[in-house]
Design a protein around this ligand. Structure first.
Ligand code: HMG
Ligand code: MG
Length: 296
């Protein structure tokens, strides 16, 4: 019993590029975002408004947002950890924003320099300001299937922080397997805990592919009724605060799998492969998409 359609949240320009050691020029980031939209992606996480000393790769996000030619009905989203980030995102005219928490205390400290509880408190003024501005807020929870510092994370910890984000007004929570250690077994156990309480329509999956489990984990998500999947063109990315975390699952691979299952994504696979190829060439790195490699 699979859904007829799945919407893909393309996170390559943010999650992908934030972890590339070779910086991509602003104009190349702009071309990447525009290329992704031309390939049919309706939601592109375009950048983040965090401390540029922490993530220098995203220091030019404001310029990227200013320079892209926008298509109608496309969401150009930004990560905003606090009110300052939200204000910068509004100056840049981001269509919507995302706050990001974790299910692990150690990861929360390393990533955003505060406890889980403090992070929720910092998000409150962002939620208030977003409500006033009429801007939707997405929530992320990192380390839902494992933490680089604490190891195993239990589903109730994920449930608690996801519930807090939804209660404060996030329209959906994206469940981050930040280090990609999850398997269909642990994903199934997690969703058995979360879906009955939170409902599948308010959840998305954000799978990194470090252990090659992402597509299998996404399949389990579809079986639980989840229809929103985060992925990154060419499998770009990782997380600077999670050593060994490789990129997100490649968008090309997700689109290929869903097409084969008769599930609509609205994405043109050939065009997407071209966009990934051109970006990898500029970065001087190899694609992490198995489909793009097979088609080369
Ligand atoms: P902090 O140091 O605790 O913040 O950092 P602070 O409020 O004490 O401020 C310190 C300095 O940062 C000040 O500057 C602020 O102005 C500045 P100074 O006075 O020293 O010159 N500052 C900012 N500058 C620009 N934009 C802002 C901003 N906020 C403060 N928004 C903070 C707290 C959250 C800002 C910091 O820890 C940070 O920037 N962290 C970045 C973390 C990050 O971007 N991680 C990667 C994204 S999350 C991810 O990849 C996971 C995900 O993909 C899901 C998954 O895979 O699990 C989403
Ligand atoms: Mg991520």
């Amino acid at each position: 019993n699979y859904p007829d359609a799945v919407s893909i949240v393309e996170v390559g320009p943010r999650d992908g590029l934030q972890n590339e050691s070779a910086p991509l020029a602003t104009e190349d980031k702009v071309a990447l975002v525009e290329g992704l939209v031309a390939a049919g992606l309706g939601y592109v996480e375009t950048g983040s408004f965090v401390n540029p000393r922490w993530i220098p790769q995203m220091a030019d996000s404001g310029d990227v947002f200013q320079q892209i030619k926008r298509a109608p009905d496309v969401t150009y989203a930004a990560l905003t950890p606090n009110l300052k980030g939200f204000e910068r995102a509004m100056e840049a005219n981001a269509s919507e924003v995302a706050v990001f928490a974790a299910a692990s205390e150690s990861f929360s400290q390393r990533n955003i320099n505060c406890s889980i509880e403090e992070s929720i408190a910092r998000f409150l003024p962002v939620m208030e300001a977003a409500k006033t501005a009429g801007v939707r807020v997405r929530g992320y929870v990192s380390c839902v299937l494992g933490c680089p510092y604490e190891g195993q994370i239990e589903p109730p910890a994920v449930l608690a922080v996801s519930q807090a984000l939804l209660d404060m007004g996030c329209y959906e929570v994206s469940l981050g397997d930040t280090i990609g250690t999850g398997t269909p077994g642990s994903m199934d156990r997690l969703l058995e805990t979360l879906v009955p309480t939170l409902s599948a329509r308010r959840l998305a999956l954000h799978c990194h592919n470090s252990y090659g489990q992402a597509l299998a984990n996404i399949l389990v998500g579809l079986q639980h009724g989840i229809t929103r999947i985060d992925s990154s063109v060419a499998g770009l990315g990782g997380c600077p605060y999670a050593a060994g975390a490789s990129g997100n699952v490649a968008t090309e691979d997700v689109v290929y799998m869903l097409q084969g299952m008769g599930i609509d994504t609205g994405v043109n696979l050939d065009a997407l492969i071209d966009v990934g190829r051109s970006c990898c060439k500029k970065l001087g790195r190899e694609t992490q998409s198995a489909v793009a490699k097979a088609r080369s």
